[in-house]
Design a protein around this ligand. Structure first.
Ligand SMILES: Cc1cc2nc3c(=O)[nH]c(=O)nc-3n(C[C@H](O)[C@H](O)[C@H](O)COP(=O)(O)OP(=O)(O)OC[C@H]3O[C@@H](n4cnc5c(N)ncnc54)[C@H](O)[C@@H]3O)c2cc1C
Length: 280
């Protein structure tokens, strides 16, 4: 039997907070489970949900968990305003409405057999984490995995233990940098593009997936193209304010695209005419 939430994309399914874990001073990871056992937990890496915090509002948040883990949905949320603050303040047992999953995903199936190059800035690692899970779980079906990750400071790094564990996997290179290191930081300091000189890249056999602040994605794309990546092998996840998430309301329209349904993941080839216009 299907529920209304499963058939109508505007009706949220009822979920319950199962776990809340602190990643950084302002960022938390929430694990949700369907309240009545119904409700989907399947998604494509890169897709997002609309999370409804009762009495506060609804907001788009990428799914950051393992796509092969059934029965739960995982989100990593940075508190920037009222809705995100209210979401990270949920306690175990509290209810959250969930619509989705929505949008396009990263090309994880199409990228089989190729090297995967992930470039993330700040909270941008969250929508890319499912790709890392997918590659590591199906290790023989992909070439090398290279992750370049930048955050503001060591305290702002997401998934610190996982970063260390991923770095120990075969055929995997994890490079991390911070804008400001402080006295105890022994790693790289500088913006994420400064990591390219340490990365072992083979552009002709790679697919790049990039998520972070828009200015960072512009510079990263420039660097990838300079390293020989083709425009159609560079994927970017775009962020715009949105309401309906199904292409009706127009809030997230960007040129000819609705970020919610045509994206959030696009190739650079698709976005180039828009990214080159700075006023958009
Ligand atoms: C497809 C998609 C996926 C997202 N995934 C995540 C995620 O995984 N984790 C996460 O923490 N956040 C994610 N976001 C951003 C998140 O939706 C916003 O931070 C949130 O809506 C802000 O709501 P608020 O009420 O807390 O803040 P507000 O009070 O609405 O805004 C606080 C500040 O953030 C800015 N802002 C608000 N919404 C956006 C937006 N969509 N894009 C850029 N700036 C914005 C405002 O201009 C303001 O400066 C995603 C957004 C989109 C479109």
């Amino acid at each position: 039997m299907s529920t209304a939430a499963q058939t109508d994309p505007m009706i949220p399914g009822m979920y319950v907070v199962r776990q809340v874990s602190k990643e950084t001073p302002d960022t938390f990871t929430l694990t949700l489970g369907a309240e009545n056992g119904f409700g989907t937990s399947s998604f494509q890496p890169g897709q997002f949900s609309m999370l409804w915090v009762f009495g506060v509002g609804e907001l788009p948040i990428s799914i950051s968990g393992d796509p092969s883990a059934s029965g739960k949905l995982v989100y990593t949320v940075r508190s920037v305003g009222e809705a995100t603050h209210s979401l990270i303040s949920r306690k175990v047992g509290d209810g959250v409405g969930v619509r989705g999953p929505f949008g396009t995903g990263w090309p994880v199936q199409a990228a089989r057999g190729r090297d995967i190059v992930i470039v993330a800035g700040g909270i941008g690692l969250a929508p890319l984490r499912p790709v890392i899970y997918e590659v590591l779980k199906n290790r023989d079906q992909y070439g090398r995995l290279v992750v370049l990750y930048g955050s503001r400071s060591p305290q702002d790094l997401l998934y610190r233990k996982e970063l260390a564990a991923w770095a120990r996997q075969r055929e995997t290179q994890i490079l991390v940098t911070v804008d400001y290191g402080g006295l105890s930081w022994r790693g790289h300091v500088g913006v994420v593009t400064t990591l390219f000189k340490y990365a072992r890249l083979q552009a002709d056999r790679s697919v790049a997936m990039v998520c972070g602040p828009e200015i960072m994605m512009r510079f990263v794309t420039r660097e990838l193209l300079a390293h020989g990546f083709s425009r159609s092998d560079v994927y970017l996840s775009m962020e715009r304010n949105m309401k309906c998430a199904v292409g009706f309301c127009g809030h997230c329209q960007w040129g000819p695209h609705f970020i919610c349904k045509d994206g959030p993941v696009f190739t650079y080839e698709q976005l180039r005419p828009l990214l080159e216009k700075h006023e958009l």
